[in-house]
Design a protein around this ligand. Structure first.
Ligand code: 13P
Length: 262
């Protein structure tokens, strides 16, 4: 973590927890963090539930004045119309959703999303005043063929190029080989790619934007390994899958500062 950027801890629930289970998890998470006197101004915490949970979680956060942020896992590149099954950014905005994950490797693989589509979705997120969490990462074959940074940098450049309007955005570097496998990247690997990604932002947009964008690491993050990633000034947070479904684990990850001696 750097001193200028507020660390961001994001829980991507993927297709887990219905809206009733969501209430239980968010309540318990907020209470656990509150018991630990968590300072949200020093470490932001956000959850990314499935679409069908969003309204319920938003109502809960609102009613209880929880400081947990809310994000969606995907959105359409279109505003409205005959797109069966899709969700517009304007619907998310109406629900006070602030963040939206775009280009997750599971969507790239299972829904054949390519860089062009992700670029269009990023444009739609900016248009609807949502903060995209743009996911990039290489497969094991790509790692062996091209090295570590080439694919993530190429994916990022495409996603942030050609926009008439650029708002706040976050990058998540998630090596595909580290997602849900328990095979975690080393903090040095994550920091090296984060550095290349920041250079790419500077090249495509500006150095000022590059210094403001938060770059997260994702892939088999746990409370026991999170501090190693956040120790490096290039890494500004984590995108957590499996461990975000366990309150104690996710609260432990959110409280990484406790384990960090800078
Ligand atoms: P895991 O933390 O389960 O490896 O998932 C990472 C991820 O894909 C978060 O978006």
């Amino acid at each position: 973590m750097s001193t200028e950027r507020v660390p961001f801890i994001a829980g991507n629930w993927k297709m887990n927890l219905d809206h009733q289970q969501a209430i239980a998890l968010v309540q318990k998470l907020a209470w656990t963090l509150s018991d630990a006197n968590h300072d949200y101004s020093k470490t932001e915490v956000a959850v990314f539930p499935p679409f069908t949970d969003l309204r319920t979680v938003q109502t809960l956060i609102d009613a209880e004045k929880f400081q947990i942020g809310l994000g969606a896992q995907d959105m359409s590149q279109h505003d409205s119309g005959a797109y069966t099954g899709d969700i517009s950014g304007s619907f998310l905005k109406k629900l006070d959703v602030k963040y939206v994950i775009l280009g997750h490797s599971e969507r790239r693989v299972y829904h054949h999303e390519d860089d062009e589509l992700i670029q269009a979705k990023v444009a739609a997120a900016f248009k609807h005043d949502l903060v995209p969490v743009i996911c990039v990462g290489e497969t094991l074959e790509q790692l062996e063929q091209f090295g570590q940074s080439a694919i993530p940098v190429a994916q990022l450049k495409k996603a942030i190029t050609g926009h008439s309007q650029v708002g706040e955005f976050i990058i998540a570097y998630e090596p595909v080989w580290a997602i849900g496998t328990g095979q975690v990247a080393t903090p040095e690997q994550a920091a090296e790619v984060a550095k290349s990604l920041r250079e790419a932002i500077s090249e495509v947009l500006s150095e000022d934007i590059a210094q403001r964008v938060r770059i997260l690491y994702g892939g088999s993050v746990k409370s026991s390994n999170v501090a190693g990633f956040l120790k490096n000034p290039e890494v500004d947070g984590v995108l957590v899958g499996g461990a975000s479904l366990q309150v104690e684990e996710f609260a432990g990850i959110s409280r990484f500062l406790k384990h960090l001696t800078l």
